[in-house]
Design a protein around this ligand. Sequence first.
Ligand SMILES: C[S@@+](CC[C@H](N)C(=O)[O-])C[C@H]1O[C@@H](n2cnc3c(N)ncnc32)[C@H](O)[C@@H]1O
Length: 937
Amino acid sequence: MTGLGKWWGRKPLILIRTTILGLLMPASEDPEKDREIFLRILTMDDEGMLIRKDKNISLKELYKNATLKQRTKYFAADSTEENHALRKALSPEQKEQLQKEVFLNMGYDERFKYCLRPEQIDGPSPEAWIEINSHLGTRAHSINQLIEQLGVQQFGHKPRVGDAFCGGGSIPFEAARMGCDVYGTDLNPVAALLTWASIHLVGGGKEIQEQIKKAQQEVFDAVDKQIIEWGIEHNEKDWRADAYLYCVEAKSPSSDYWVPLAPSWIISEKYRVCAKLEPDLENKRYHIRIITGADVATYKKAEIGTMQDSEMVCPEKGDRFPISTLRGDRRANGETIYGLRQWKNEDLVPRPDDVFQERLYCIRYVETRTNKQGIEETFRHFIEPDINDLQREQKVLDLLKARFHEWQSKGYIPSSIIPPGEKTEEPKRTRGWTFWHHLFNPRQLLMLGLWGSKIISEYRDTISSIGLLLSIGSAIDRQARLCGLDSHISKGPGSTRNVFFNQALNTQNIYGTRALHNLRDFLVFDFKNSPSIENRNHTVYPADARSTNVNNDLWITDPPYADAINYHELGDYFLAWYEKKLPELFPDWYAESKAALAVKGNDQRFRESMVDCYSNFTRNMPDNGAQVVMFTHQDSSVWADLALILWASGLQVTAAWTIQTETGSALKVGNYVQGTVIMILRKQQSEDIAFLSDIQSDVEFEVKEHLKEMIEIDDKEDPNFTDTDYQLAAYAAALRVLTSYKLIEDIDVQYELTKERRPGDKSEIEKIIDSAVAVACDYLVPAGFEPGIWRMLSPEERFYIKGLEIHSHGEYRNGVFQELARGFGIREYGQFLKSGKANETRLMTATEFAAKGLHDDGFGKTLLRNILFAIKETRKEDSPQTGRNWLYNELPDYWNAKQRIIHLLQYITKTTSHIDDWIEDAQAAKLLTGYIENDHV
Ligand SMILES: C[S@@+](CC[C@H](N)C(=O)[O-])C[C@H]1O[C@@H](n2cnc3c(N)ncnc32)[C@H](O)[C@@H]1O
């Protein structure tokens, strides 16, 4: 689906699959059996995972994970950790058996490395279906049949799933794939197009996919032929370019030279290609020499660019000039006035008197030679453009100019202006670009416009035309003036980064343009592994969520809540290329981004629009229907707000789960794990009215009951629930009680929704949630910790103790600590960390903490903080007496606290003694424990 085009915040499909199944599966009297069946259906049980296993475990891993018995049975007698071999004469069946046995020794995460995803296989085995059917009273042999039958049981028909914030389409797509009837809308037509395409193209089956690929390949060939005819990518030696690198130039106020601007002149680390600046006295500019296989000195010099910390750095003297000064930005009447000339529609390249010029400085050519064996070999060359190359650039510009107006009027290239916005101002301010097409250089516009010209004129069938239009969407994330060079990527052959490497429209000082063949993967789709969606009953179109009037049994939505992405602004980048074609292909759709209707922010207007949307879904849902709202895990104020919104929309919270979604993006540095909350809601149908004072004890009771239930059903050997789950269960329990009433006398919902919030303000709902979390915290006693002492600790002390426990399990992911802090209601947890880097996050040890924040309010005054300092003192002086004296002098009642001190010290010693960074501190803690144990009045 991601190949169809960029959308932000896509939800993982497996998350949707589990959600839909969870909503449709009836709960029996036996929750453990329910869970077992749930996992069987998802092929996440042992048998299912064996079906999904498609990779062999290496010999090394086999040995490492085998039990003693398995080692004896399958490995040569003299095998060791370092040197091992299988026993001679093991039959293929025995080897297979070993693979299976060791695979089953592994935990889920480890097994996962050797498996296909659940959606990639046909589903459970025939034997599993017998068990599933007998538990659920169904007669299914496939997921689609099961979903239909569960829908009939619950609603009397195939379940109908709606998502009115469908974005990239994960929810409608997965629901359709599972066999549900589907209704998907999004305010943004680009999102609607992606969702429509995910179901019709990705899920469209082989025939449709062949049709699209054929059309894309034909257009690719036609564009290729034209480019060859024009001779704009080949040089005199018949080498063909595959990338062009451009840089921005500006005049140095001190030397009057045009200085090319780049943060670094390294082009390819792998091939040691870099650029070297040489003054061109005659033209008062610099030659940019391209050097392949650079020597150490040249390479080192190239690492230092002419653009550092938003300043121009002149090559000779090192004079520095802020870019904003060069631009001439100024402030007047409290507003910034952009200094750059704002480009006109006809501007395709900078005018000679513009502050910033653009310059082609390197071409990567590919030479193809046939060797003696008759085999074609390719060689890459990084070349400084010569006069002929520059003439080709001019030809590209001339060809484009000759077609520009016609292409704009026909919609082959964008013609609209960039609307105002938070992210859309940057191109105007930093380059003067005012129209969307300014974000593309002539070579890019010529190639993509040529592609656009082939869409309607040659392919009349809608499906092919949509496929061809999406090619452009997919390509322009990789082909724009915004595609910078990435220092990591430049480890390879100097490739470019995609436009939306982040959620902004950042202009670049150096950028790359791909030649046609280098863009093929994005223009011609690869539908490998695409499933065919059997159920064709689905409706997708652009619409405001408030205007939806279609009934759905289940509404599953992932609203733009607390995600701070400007969907409508970023979406316009794509819409600019679609806006004239979309109405031809989808005559019933609108083709504007409708920015004014976008749900965004977190103010009063946002809350009101959310209530409008969710009341609307609730009206369009049967009494026995359900809703799921997904959002990222935040602190209790965000929860309180959302609870209020949903309650005001006539919904009642019935459960909440957090799912840790891994993110691989370099952007999310420090946050590789992100908690997505899945909140389950039903129609609020009670007539009961309550007072806040009544609710408090109900909440406490509900939290305790719920946690008890979770602890009971959790697997003691291989726990399913994490601390965050328990904390979250407390949030949910509080909301469940609260939203179960029609009205709470002391809460004025309308007032709460509309009132201005000041930082630090706590609403009544937030206070209830906080108290529920406090109850849960009393429950979340770390293994081996005395519950009575645990209850006496502050949230910060608990966070630290829990953090040590997490650390002792080898956990270094930032997101895990972040979630934990949220659960304890701690906003500033950076004070506890030695490193907050992704996958290197850990708490400070006692010694690292030293005297930081000691005596400060909060953690600084706690017993645990003093104990950490005493450990540090003990280690430093190599004397437990120093540590003990510190505690004796600092604590108001040392003797009374003695047992707690000993317990905390013992816990620290036990938990940390095997952690590398802790070894010496743990020894000091042990020494101090012994000393205090023998300390008497
Ligand atoms: C978090 S995204 C959904 C992502 C989606 N679940 C996925 O997996 O790709 C939220 C979506 O809400 C849409 N949106 C914002 N305001 C809207 C409104 N008033 N009506 C409908 N959709 C809206 C945005 O365009 C965005 O696509």
